[in-house]
Each structure stands twice: as C-alpha cells, then as structure tokens.
Design a protein around this ligand. Structure first.
Ligand code: GUN
Ligand code: FE
Length: 425
C-alpha cells in the first residue's frame, strides 16, 4: 500500500519553536512520503483510501539517536555506579555474553520485538564487538521493519580480556568483513562504532578512519559524558585541547561524514563550536545522565548554537526504550540544571523536546521526523482515551500530556516510510 490518508489530530514540528497542529485533519502518504497536512482534503487525494483515527493523535514516529541493544537484558539494574565502574561491573560482563549466538538470538529477539512495539520508528544502535551477533541483530530489526543504523563495536584497549579485541588490525579487518556482510539489508545500515576514546587505540581510530572514507559510512560514539572519563581522555591523548579533538584528528567527527556523539554533558564552548562547524549530531540521553550521575547536559545551548541535536534512550544506562520518557526527562533535567547551577540557560519547552524527538534526531536519516511535504512517512497514532478526564482538553494540551503520560496511553498504529508496521483498524 503506497498511497493513503490518515485522519485525526495531527501534530508535527517545522522548527524547535512551534508545534503545528491540525485538529481533525488529514496527512497524506504518497509513495512512502508525506504529501502534506490538510484541514480539508484536496480533491486529488480523494481516491486514496482513508484510515479514520477520529479523535486520536497522529504524530511523526519518534527517533532514538542512541541505544545499546545488547544492554537491554539488564536495564533497570545496577544503577548505583558512575560510568567507568558501571561499564566494568555490569556492562562488559553482559556484552561478553553475545559471543554465544544462541544467547544473542534470544536477547535480540526481545529487543527487536519491544522496539517494534514502541513509538520509535528509527534508531541508531550499538551492538557488541561480535560480528555474527551484530548481523543477527540487523536481521531481526530488518524483519521487524524498523529503520536503523547498527554498529559493530570496536574496542582494543582498557577493556577486560574477555571483551577486548586482539589488535587494531584485527578489529579493523573484522569490521570491514562485517560491513561487507551487512550490505544486503533494505532498512538497516551499518555505522562505524568506536566505543569511546578510552577503549580505542590511535591505530584503531586511524584504521576506522580509512574504512569511513572507503565505504562512506557514518560514525557513532560517546563524548564528554562523565568528569572522570574526561580527565582520563586528557591523560590518554596529550596534545588534544578537548575530548572531541580525539575523534576529529582522525576525521571521525562529522565534516566529510555524518556522526553522532552521545551525551556531551560536559562539552565546553570550544567542543560545541567544533560540533556546530562539523555538523556533528549530539544525542542527549537524560535518563542515562541521571542514573549514572553524569550530570545535566546544556541541551538548550546546543539548540541556541544551532548544533544538530536529538534524543537517545541509552539503554541500559537509561532503563526505558520510550522516547516520550526521554522527552519528559529532558525537560525535567533542564529545570534542575537551571534551578541548581546555571540560570543562563532556561529550561527546555515541550515544543523543543517534541522537535528533538522527531525532526531534530530525524535529520540524521535525511528528511525524516516531520509531516512537511516530501518527508519520509513515519507516523504513530496514539490513543489517549484511557487517561480519564472530566473536561475536554485542547489538542496541544493532549500532546503535552502524552509526553508525560505516554505509559498510560496506547499506540494504535505505526508506519515507517509509508509501510504499515501495525495498525488496529
Ligand atoms: N561510554 C562507553 N561505553 C558506554 C556505554 O555502554 N554506555 C554509556 N552510557 N556510556 C558509555
Ligand atoms: Fe551509550
């Protein structure tokens, strides 16, 4: 089914400052792309089948710019440590299990099914150092119909023996083979994934830089998440002025290719300026930043500066796959940040977090995350009728409440690139 119309209360972003709302309106899907939003359906679209969602809410699919699939089994566990201790105590132990394909199959089946059943339509996903398990994850996401970038993780230093690649050369060779093996997917694409500077030697980053150029791949990694981590990076990389430079000196920080850096909690002005200049995406992961006591990221500053920014759930430092929850927490964290230590940045607004979760993160995938004409037709239909209410709310109020109360609402349909992922009626 390539052409159809959805009817309902339509909400989408054009910019970070406003939410466009058409109550009882129509959004048209033509060949997998949006042909626009209308209060009155133009004659030309009258022959298209119309799915009438009546009083339900229709929004662009949500985008998760940063999530670790292999960490899904321990989400909600082991939140009593900061980043480096958390990695060594919980994370690496779990990720090592993916050497076992049978375990990987079971775990990734659950992850892919839950992601399919969430409001997320697109995601940028970390796997592990295991190529076969990562390919299995890609197969399962493809079968679920989701659009995703998936990375086989690189790490060749400061990692436990059971989860450390034997050399930079072997890591890069295995990565190249995995890139070639992952060319056959339609909806899922490979992304280079050096874990973070502390776990990658200079030689490894240099070799990945070669692969980036050779295959034209995007890059994802972590940046300036935790104060101890940042100090460690300074010791590991003398001669760099800030963390971002450790990627930039190997061409892994935007510019010629797209890249996403998760967290940027403690990024200073110089690092942010380079991100802006290079077009690097910041993935803001508020729940993770609270759970690992990393800090509160200056997201408003990223937006003010024009840095491309989206939201991430960062499972399992974040406990939930819900990007709605990430939106609510982004607002809440920005309020504490403002109240406790920086009155120069006002708290985030509902308009801003809705933008981050849709069009902001969606930009990493191209024209994605809005219903403006020509955008990929990614949509979710939310039924909020289960939230009982003695008076009628405006659509804008219902959207705001969806951010905070999505857990009490039901998703009635989900579409990606115009494909029906599921539909109630
Ligand atoms: N930095 C390096 N690896 C990780 C990870 O798995 N999660 C988080 N939150 N930060 C990291
Ligand atoms: Fe992460």
């Amino acid at each position: 089914m390539k052409n159809y119309v959805l009817k309902g209360n339509i909400c989408y972003s054009r910019s970070k400052d406003e939410i466009c709302i058409v109550e009882n309106g129509y959004v048209v899907c033509e060949n997998g792309r949006s042909a626009g939003v209308y209060a009155v359906l133009p004659e030309v679209y009258a022959p298209f089948p119309c799915f009438n969602y009546e009083d339900r809410m229709i929004i662009p699919g949500l985008v998760d710019l940063h999530v670790h699939a292999p960490q899904y089994p321990f989400r909600g566990l082991g939140m009593d440590l900061e980043l480096i201790d958390w990695l060594n105590t919980h994370t690496f132990v779990e990720e090592a299990r993916y050497a076992d394909l049978e375990y990987a199959g079971r775990a990734y089946e659950i992850f892919s099914e839950d992601l399919r059943n969430s409001e997320t339509t697109r995601a940028c996903i970390f796997g592990t150092i295991h190529s076969s398990a990562t390919l299995l994850l890609m197969e399962k996401l493809e079968a679920a119909g989701l659009k995703a970038y998936v990375g086989r993780v690189n790490m060749d230093r400061n990692s436990p023996g059971y989860l450390c690649e034997e050399s930079a050369r072997k890591s890069a060779e295995d990565t190249e083979k995995w890139i070639l093996d992952s060319q056959g997917f339609q909806h899922v694409r490979p992304i280079l994934t050096p874990r973070f500077t502390p776990s990658c030697t200079d030689e490894l980053l240099e070799r990945l830089s070669g692969l980036r150029k050779k295959y034209g791949l995007p890059v994802q990694s972590h940046l300036s998440e935790n104060l101890g981590e940042i100090e460690w990076v300074k010791e590991l990389c003398p001669g760099t002025a800030f963390y971002g430079e450790t990627y930039d000196r190997y061409g892994l920080f935007g510019s010629q290719g797209a890249s996403i850096m998760a967290h940027c909690v403690h990024s200073g002005e110089a690092e942010m300026e380079l991100m802006r200049k290079r077009g690097v995406f910041a993935a803001h992961c508020p729940e993770s930043n609270v759970n690992l006591a990393s800090g509160a990221a200056p997201v408003k500053r990223c937006l003010e500066k024009g840095i491309k920014t989206g939201l991430g759930t960062d499972i399992a430092a974040g406990s939930s796959l819900s990007v709605f929850k990430a939106m609510a927490m982004a607002i809440q964290c920005s309020k504490l940040r403002w109240r406790l230590y920086d009155q120069s940045l006002a708290p985030l607004t509902v308009e801003e977090v809705f933008y981050l979760a849709t069009k902001g993160g969606g930009e990493f995938f191209g024209n994605v995350g809005s219903f403006e004409e020509g955008y990929a037709f990614d949509a979710v239909v939310m039924d909020d009728s289960s939230v009982r209410q003695p008076r009628r709310l405006k659509v804008r109020e219902r959207l705001e409440r969806l951010v905070y109360l999505s857990g009490e609402c039901r998703m009635a349909a989900k579409f990606i690139d115009g494909r029906v992922i599921f539909r109630e009626n």
